[in-house]
Design a protein around this ligand. Structure first.
Ligand code: KIV
Ligand code: ZN
Length: 519
């Protein structure tokens, strides 16, 4: 039976205080709700003395969260501690987290205090915090660069004053795993009261070692890990929660630990944070990057199609991602290509596959990602061209300030003309709604862009759209001096491609049914 590691999430404190990651109160509350869904053990909601906004956010989160402990950060200063307590006193499970730097570098250059003064500040702070709140965490900022004897001394004092959690951060991401682990080992060996408290790791990622250091700390007696969603945080960030949690979950047999995190909420949490802060994760980010479950190399795709355990150490579903993707590009092989066509509803014979694979390789050399629509176009190029089933005859749009945009569209469909009108959020939206009313086909616009292809006030604009029809994406492109006309034409092109693909699929299916069955 594995032991439990407590996950202390500091996305809303250490994460939020880093450049480009600030959130307003409502956004912090939304994020905190998601962290509760994720089932972290502790949410560090902020640093209440820092600003009124910080205080209010911590206070709102403290009142709302049901199951997690809510921690508030404060220096070892009376006013800080009292303010932190005021912010969290109504929480179901409040925690005061007080900290002071312990390395000589910080004492000399930042605090300008002696070790004795720091010791006395820590003693008074933990005592005050404990008189207010049962759950008190004490952190030695820059612990990994602190003198070990002094570190043991201050930890011992904090425990005597009632601290329940002792956190020893690698504040500047300077430690390497063995060293960071051995700091905990030494503290455990030398501080007599240490076994009555929970030891905590808090790592920054300046060398990209934050997760490795956290795991080394766990091997040396740490049972709480402080981390952030997407690894956001000061400078290079903090240990990424998703990486720590998934390493522990996936390698449970080897490491012997697990967390209470609902890992299926990981991706959602990552996405929410990116949306709220506008800070996207890099494509190759472990666990939550868009490439984390994508395979492009032919050998990998072939392996994946035979058995996913060849190239995936955890399932995308286990972190809340629907499925892995085989990205079709110049490294893909026939097997993956055939599979994608099958998913799009086309069963290719070996001859079909050979022919289309040749075109595919030529296109893939020019174009990075090959989309579903490109694949369908490759089939069409072999004698099946898209018919202009729906043709734009006319379009008229009314829009202006204080006027709900209305579009009237006339479409020709097999020599018959149809006219309808609709209103929308903008003139293009109104036009697309009118097209939907006429055709009875609903598409979801997933991409829309306009670029100017000539210059001047009568410039020609090229409209590009990508539309999702029943889960398959089709592109449409049109040029016009009028962007609304161009937008309608581009949409109809995507729609006509979707109709063509559907027709081809139906033809294939009925041909397959008519095949004589061998007896
Ligand atoms: O990195 C650090 O030392 C901190 C402490 C305030 C816990 O964030
Ligand atoms: Zn930190």
């Amino acid at each position: 039976m594995e032991e439990r590691i407590y996950i202390f999430d500091t996305t809303l404190r250490d994460g939020e205080q880093s450049p480009g990651c600030s959130m307003n109160i409502d956004e912090k509350v939304r994020m905190a709700r998601q962290l509760e869904q994720l089932r972290v053990d502790v949410i560090e909601a902020g640093f209440p003395i820092a600003s009124v906004g910080d205080f209010e956010a911590v206070n709102a989160i403290a009142q709302m969260i049901e199951h997690c402990t809510v921690a508030a950060l404060c220096r070892t200063v009376r006013t800080d501690i009292e303010r932190a307590w005021e912010a969290i006193r109504n929480a179901k499970k409040p925690r005061i987290h007080t900290f002071i730097a312990t390395s000589d570098i910080h004492l000399v250059h930042k605090l300008k205090k002696t070790r004795e003064q720091v010791l006395s500040d820590a003693t008074a702070a933990v005592r005050l915090a404990k008189s207010l709140c049962e759950d008190v965490e004490f952190s030695c900022e820059d612990a990994s660069r602190s003198d070990i004897d002094f570190l043991c001394k201050i930890v011992s004092v904090a425990i005597d004053e009632g601290a329940t959690i002792i956190n020893l951060p690698d504040t500047v991401g300077y430690a390497v795993p063995e060293e960071y682990g051995s700091m905990f080992r030494l503290v455990r060996e030398r501080v007599s009261g240490i076994h009555g408290v929970t030891l905590s790791a808090h790592c920054h990622n300046d060398f990209g070692l934050a997760v490795a250091n956290s795991l080394a700390a766990i091997s040396n007696g740490v049972r709480q890990v402080e981390c952030t969603i997407n690894g956001i945080g000061e400078r290079a960030g903090n240990a990424a929660l998703e990486e720590v949690v998934m390493a522990l979950r996936t390698r449970k047999e080897t490491l012997g630990f697990d967390t209470n995190v609902n890992t299926e909420e990981i991706y959602k949490s990552s996405r929410l944070l990116s949306t709220l802060t506008g800070m996207n994760v890099q494509r190759n980010k472990a666990i939550v990057g868009s490439n984390a479950f994508s395979h492009e190399a032919g050998i990998h795709q072939d392996g994946m199609l035979k058995s996913r355990i060849t190239y995936e150490i955890m399932t995308p579903q286990s972190v809340g991602i629907k499925h892995s993707t085989l990205v079709l590009g110049k490294h893909s092989g026939r097997h993956a290509l055939k599979q994608r066509y099958a998913e799009l509803g086309y069963e290719l014979t070996n001859d079909d596959l050979e022919e289309v694979y040749r075109t595919f390789c030529a296109v893939a050399d020019q174009k990075k990602d090959i989309l579903d629509d490109d694949l369908i176009a490759m089939l069409e190029d072999r004698g099946h061209t898209a018919e202009e089933v729906y043709q734009l005859e006319n379009i008229q749009v009314f829009s202006g300030t204080n006027l709900r945009p209305t579009a009237t569209v006339e479409i020709r469909y097999h020599d018959k003309r149809f006219v309808d009108s609709a209103t929308g959020d903008g003139p293009v939206d109104a036009a697309y709604k009118a097209i939907e009313r006429i055709t009875g086909i609903t598409g979801k616009l997933t991409e829309y862009s306009i670029k100017s292809v000539t210059f001047g006030h009568d410039a020609i604009g090229e409209v590009f759209v990508r539309v999702d029809f029943d889960g398959v994406h089709f592109n449409g492109r049109a040029v016009s001096t009028d962007v609304i006309t161009g937008s309608a034409k581009a949409y109809l092109e995507a729609l006509n491609r979707a109709m063509m693909a559907k027709k081809r699929r139906q033809e294939q299916q009925s041909a397959a049914k008519e095949q004589p069955v061998a007896v």
